[in-house]
Design a protein around this ligand. Structure first.
Ligand SMILES: Nc1ncnc2c1ncn2[C@@H]1O[C@H](COP(=O)(O)OP(=O)(O)OP(=O)(O)O)[C@@H](O)[C@H]1O
Length: 232
């Protein structure tokens, strides 16, 4: 399924953050949102999840309007969000966190097995409290829990922030592998090299709008767009 955001406005109370942002992500595609701190990348993902209310514009999953749904129905419609900072249930075990993912759409146990195949380290730690996992393992669990909801759209907010290089490579490898399953992925990423490695297209976010969208294959790290819209 494709995710289409059209001319979206919204923010926090009187503070407007999104000023007409719009983009489409197709099945099997990775769209990377890049931009300066405060540009509105995380707010865009929260708006898709119904956690920030759009004051105008539309969000659609194929033909289905998401922006009119209550927030608790957005995951059921097939959109999974891995927020910055992961937000796991720290006292619950790895297995219990995954179970919560399965409950979202009443998914069968095979869905959990497929998620664990991507992250064998989690299988060894099913009974461990998730708050005691390493940072990288917690990120794996946050992604695995999202996959337990059988998403058609996956929203990842800086999933490799603060991780060591081997863990970053594993997370990126997973994002690339998920493309083959037809999931449409929106990835918020600060680092140019990472974006160029995993993205199909890069959308540059500036003050709540898309300043430009370009195929990643046509860019290199010295491209003017990175200086202009990301400030690197
Ligand atoms: N809960 C909130 N209440 C009020 N303002 C907020 C809230 N959350 C974010 N903002 C403001 O909205 C603006 C956009 O924030 P957002 O987190 O979307 O930016 P971002 O592009 O994801 O930046 P970063 O790269 O720093 O995470 C910022 O000015 C921020 O201070």
């Amino acid at each position: 399924m494709s995710l289409t955001v059209t001319n979206l406005h919204g923010g926090y109370g009187a503070v407007a953050v999104l000023h007409g942002i719009g983009f489409t992500v197709a099945p099997g595609e990775v769209l990377c949102l890049m931009g300066r701190n405060g540009a509105g990348k995380s707010t865009t993902l929260k708006a898709i999840m119904g956690l920030v209310r759009a004051t105008s514009g539309e969000i659609r999953l194929d033909a289905t309007r998401l922006d009119t749904l209550p927030a608790h129905d957005v995951p059921r419609a097939g959109v999974a969000w891995v927020p910055q900072g992961r937000r796991l249930f720290a006292e619950l075990t790895v297995a219990e966190n995954l179970e919560i993912g399965l409950l979202t759409r009443q998914s069968p146990p095979e869905v959990r097995e497929r998620a664990l195949e991507l992250f064998p380290r989690l299988r060894e730690r099913l009974t461990q409290a998730s708050g005691t996992l390493s940072g990288g393992e917690q990120q794996m669990l946050a992604i695995a829990r999202a996959l337990c909801t059988e998403p058609r759209v996956l929203l990842l907010d800086e999933p490799t922030e603060g991780l060591q290089p081997s863990m970053i490579a594993l997370i990126h490898d997973t994002v690339v592998r998920l493309k083959a399953t037809g999931v449409a992925t929106v990835l918020v990423e600060q680092r140019v090299d990472a974006a160029l490695t995993v993205a199909d297209r890069i959308a540059f976010v500036d003050r709540g709008r898309i300043a430009a969208t370009l195929p990643a294959a046509g860019l290199d790290r010295s491209a003017a767009e990175f200086r202009e819209w990301v400030g690197v």
